[in-house]
Design a protein around this ligand. Structure first.
Ligand code: ADP
Length: 156
């Protein structure tokens, strides 16, 4: 069983994130989306809310599981017996950020292998920040996020 951990803030999850997870399922038996509970980043949604939105978004997709963690991603990966981490790349800024993230991660665990998947033309312009701005301006986000996220914004 080949599993890959897909760590992220998912604040909130977008169709861009989802596309990366689904794409990875073509090469892995299991994609474990790991919702980070990191205090350093000021989140728009609580960890539980972010976790619930991801869980609802992947309901019925065989092979995608969702967890949240307070700890280190590398420790989580070790616990589930994989050394693969999945990340999505939209542009040069992502690439540069991911290089630094990989460097830091390798200081913790040098056996980690990164799997990078490029965003499609359709979704490369989407970010959680953009979604949040659009939702706050009352713009239509329904084609850019799963239903669970749309519902959550409507409740706010
Ligand atoms: P983090 O805080 O760890 O960067 P994010 O939730 O912002 O968490 O992103 C998680 C991963 O998903 C990152 O690798 C990011 O580049 C990628 N990602 C974010 N938005 C998209 C998108 N629209 N298409 C493809 N990948 C994306």
């Amino acid at each position: 069983m080949r599993a890959v951990v897909y760590p992220g803030s998912f604040d909130p999850i977008t169709n861009g994130h989802l596309e990366i997870a689904k794409e990875a399922l073509k090469s892995f038996d299991k994609v474990v989306m790991l919702v980070a509970d990191n205090d350093a980043k000021k989140a728009r949604f609580t960890t539980e809310e972010r976790f619930e939105m991801v869980k609802e978004a992947v309901e019925g997709i065989k092979g995608i599981e969702v967890y949240m963690t307070h700890g280190l991603t590398v420790e989580f990966a070790r616990k589930i017996g994989t050394h693969y981490l999945l990340r999505g790349i939209r542009d040069d800024a992502d690439m540069s950020y991911e290089n630094k993230y990989a460097e830091l991660t390798h200081q913790l665990d040098n056996s980690i292998e990164f799997i990078y998947i490029k965003a499609s033309e359709q979704f490369k312009g989407i970010s959680s920040t953009k979604i949040d701005e659009m939702a706050k301006e009352g713009k239509d986000i329904s084609k850019l996020v799963p239903e669970s996220v749309k519902k959550r914004y409507e409740k706010r």
